[in-house]
Design a binder for this molecule. Structure first.
Ligand code: HEC
Ligand code: HEC
Length: 300
């Protein structure tokens, strides 16, 4: 924990320290009741524990709050990619009526009226608080939330005892043709930042069309940004609508999507046949996923 808490020692802030203060500041919501951290809780790898988070006056959002760790190398933001970067993302939750419900310009005015923030921003950016430098400070803080010290990382750097035999078998499954996870969850953070459709949209009972809402391209119907899987053991519930409470349920879904969703529209060809994973193989996959947890934040 200590290496992650940036406690300002003097009245000279770094961008990261300033961004941390803003991330935890409820003053960025209309009635000063909600901060970024209300939904992105540090002890759950900066995600929330409920399917839909409560924002301004208890209003529920439309999607599950994902982890904001390991965002540094992400491309587009949100499940549908509607924000172009981590910096571009910041104003969305502040002005969203279901989340913080404060016009972004008003949030900037509040920050400008706070002598500590105003002074820090003048020192760091040589200008008054504005839409750009406030977003930059918050994003700079988020960019420090990179995980690395996991059993999986120790295993990859040569410590063969860092993960169990079951997790090793799970890793082989994850990478291989039988479970096919790596076809979508690839790269150091287990995402290639693509939009893919795993079958959770049918237009009738499951109506969130994902990427399609941004591009209006029928080929994007039901596609969602592939989430990274670091810290996945602590970021449940899972998927854009938080429909699965456990990793067991996620893996059971991938094992046979058609048993869960009727008439999925535009489902990825990789997922049209059951995987036929045995109970032991499903357990092995789960044990592999649990090696991706960076315990430095988990301070419960
Ligand atoms: C009321 C709950 C709530 C609050 C408050 C909130 N968020 Fe979020 N956050 C969400 C939800 C829900 C999503 C996913 C929305 C979507 O994909 O459409 C999200 C998505 C994100 C993402 C994109 C992650 C990704 O994988 O694409 C980032 C980054 C983020 N939030 C940062 C912030 C910051 C910074 C603040 C404060 C300025 C904040 N959030 C406030 C609920 C919240
Ligand atoms: C065709 C691409 C694809 C394949 C193959 C795939 N995934 Fe996914 N995965 C996704 C997408 C897209 C999502 C987000 C879907 C959503 O939110 O509706 C996702 C979500 C998840 C989540 C939930 C993440 C979160 O934060 O809520 C987990 C866990 C997961 N996948 C694990 C796996 C495992 C294990 C496998 C192999 C058995 C696998 N995935 C195979 C694309 C894929």
């Amino acid at each position: 924990m200590s290496s992650f808490r940036h406690s300002p020692s003097s009245d000279h802030f770094t961008k990261v320290e300033l961004g941390q203060l803003l991330f935890f500041d409820k003053g960025l919501s209309l009635d000063s009741s909600v901060s970024c951290a209300s939904c992105h809780k540090p002890e759950f790898a900066f995600s929330d524990t409920v399917a839909f988070s409560k924002g301004f006056q208890g209003r529920l959002g439309l999607r599950n709050a994902p982890s904001v760790m390991n965002m540094k190398f992400r491309d587009l933001m949100f499940f549908d990619g509607r924000a172009k970067s981590l910096r571009d993302q910041v104003h969305f939750p502040i002005s969203d009526p279901n989340e913080m419900n404060l016009a972004y310009e008003v949030a900037i005015q509040r920050i400008a009226a706070n002598p500590v923030y105003a002074k820090a921003i003048m020192q760091l950016y040589q200008t008054l608080p504005n839409a750009t430098n406030v977003a930059d400070a918050i994003a700079s803080y988020e960019e420090t939330l990179e995980s690395s010290e996991t059993p999986f990382d120790r295993f990859m750097s040569g410590d063969t005892n860092a993960i169990s035999e079951s997790a090793k078998r799970g890793r082989e499954l994850f990478l291989g043709d039988k479970a096919k996870c790596f076809d979508c969850h690839f790269g150091p953070d287990f995402t290639g930042d693509e939009f893919r459709n795993i079958g959770l949209y049918n237009g009738v009972t499951d109506k969130d069309a994902g990427r399609f809402d941004v591009t209006k391209d029928p080929a994007d119907l039901g596609k969602f940004k592939v989430p990274g899987l670091r810290n996945i053991g602590v970021t449940g519930p899972y998927m854009h609508d938080g429909r699965f409470k456990t990793l067991e349920a996620v893996i059971a879904y991938y094992n046979n999507p058609s048993a869960f969703v009727k008439q999925a529209v535009n489902i990825d060809p990789l997922l049209t046949q059951p995987l036929n994973l045995s109970k032991q193989e499903q357990e092995d996959l789960k044990n592999f996923l649990l090696t991706l947890t960076d315990n430095r934040f988990i301070n419960r």
